[in-house]
Design a protein around this ligand. Structure first.
Ligand SMILES: [Zn+2]
Length: 244
C-alpha cells in the first residue's frame, strides 16, 4: 500500500511537470503579461508563425502601434551572455559552462524580413528587440540593435513617440498578420522542422568553408582582438565567427 502511494505521488509530480511551461514559454508568458499592460493603442500578437512549408518564421511577439511595429524575440536564458552584432553565434556562460546560441539579433532580422515580405511596408517602421530574462547579465556589443533585459522592455517601447503608422494602416497590418499567421501544434511542428533544416544546412556550409549568409568564402582575418573567421564579401557581408 505504501509503495502504491509513493508511485501515485511520483506520477502526480511528473504529470504536474508536464503541465508547467518550460523556461522559454515562461519567459514568453512574462513578456506577454508586460506587453498587455501597455496603452490600448499597442496591439499585441503572440506566437506569429508565417511562411510556407519550407521556410517559416516563428515570432514570439509582434506589437503593432502608431509608433512602429515592434518585433520581439524573447530569450529565457540565465547566466552571462556574450555576443556582438554580427557574430554568427553568441556564448552563454552558466555554472562555469559555455554554450553557444545562434545570434538572436540575426534571428530577429529574419523575422523582420518575413514580416516585411508579408506587409510590404518600409523596413524603418520595424523595431526589432531582443529581450532576455532579468537575471541574464548581458555583455553585448551591438550599438545598432536593441538587446535588453525584460525590466527595460516597456520603457523601451514607450520611448518611441513619433507617429509613423496611421490608424487605418495599423488596422490593415493587424488583419494581414492575423489572417496569414499559422496557428496550432501542427504549424509549430512544421516550423521546428524548417528551423532544424536551416541550422543543419548553415552548419554544413560553414564546415565547407562557405559563408552561410551569402555563399562567399570563409577566411581567417586579423582584427583588433586577434584572429577570427570572416566572409570574403566583407564589408557587404558581415558574417563572423570566433576561432576556437
Ligand atoms: Zn558572406
Amino acid at each position: 500500500m505504501g509503495i502504491l502511494l509513493v508511485i501515485l505521488f511520483l506520477g502526480l509530480i511528473v504529470f504536474l511537470c508536464f503541465l508547467l511551461p518550460d523556461k522559454g514559454e515562461l519567459a514568453e508568458i512574462r513578456v506577454h503579461n508586460l506587453l498587455i499592460e501597455l496603452p490600448e493603442e499597442y496591439h499585441v500578437i503572440d506566437n506569429v508563425i508565417i511562411g510556407n512549408n519550407y521556410y517559416s518564421s516563428q515570432i514570439d511577439h509582434v506589437v503593432v502601434s502608431p509608433y512602429g511595429i515592434f518585433v520581439i524575440e524573447t530569450k529565457g536564458y540565465k547566466g552571462w551572455i556574450f555576443g556582438s552584432e554580427n557574430a554568427q553565434y553568441w556564448t552563454q556562460n552558466i555554472f562555469g559552462k559555455k554554450y553557444q546560441l545562434y545570434n538572436p539579433i540575426l534571428q530577429n532580422q529574419g523575422h523582420v524580413n518575413s514580416l516585411n515580405n508579408l506587409l510590404g511596408i518600409p523596413k524603418d517602421r520595424f523595431v526589432p528587440i531582443v529581450c532576455f530574462n532579468n537575471d541574464a547579465s548581458l555583455y553585448i556589443s551591438a550599438p545598432n540593435s536593441i538587446v535588453i533585459n525584460r525590466r527595460r522592455l516597456k520603457k523601451t517601447l514607450l520611448s518611441y513617440t513619433a507617429i509613423v503608422i496611421s490608424s487605418d494602416e495599423k488596422e490593415k497590418i493587424i488583419s494581414t498578420i492575423t489572417s496569414h499567421m499559422k496557428v496550432g501544434k501542427e504549424a509549430e511542428k512544421v516550423h521546428r522542422f524548417n528551423a532544424k533544416n536551416k541550422v543543419k544546412s548553415s552548419n554544413e556550409s560553414i564546415r565547407n568553408g562557405i559563408c552561410p549568409r551569402c555563399g562567399g568564402q570563409i577566411i581567417k582575418r586579423q582584427g583588433k582582438y586577434g584572429y577570427f573567421y570572416g566572409c570574403s564579401n566583407y564589408p557587404k557581408c558581415k558574417f563572423t565567427m570566433k576561432v576556437e
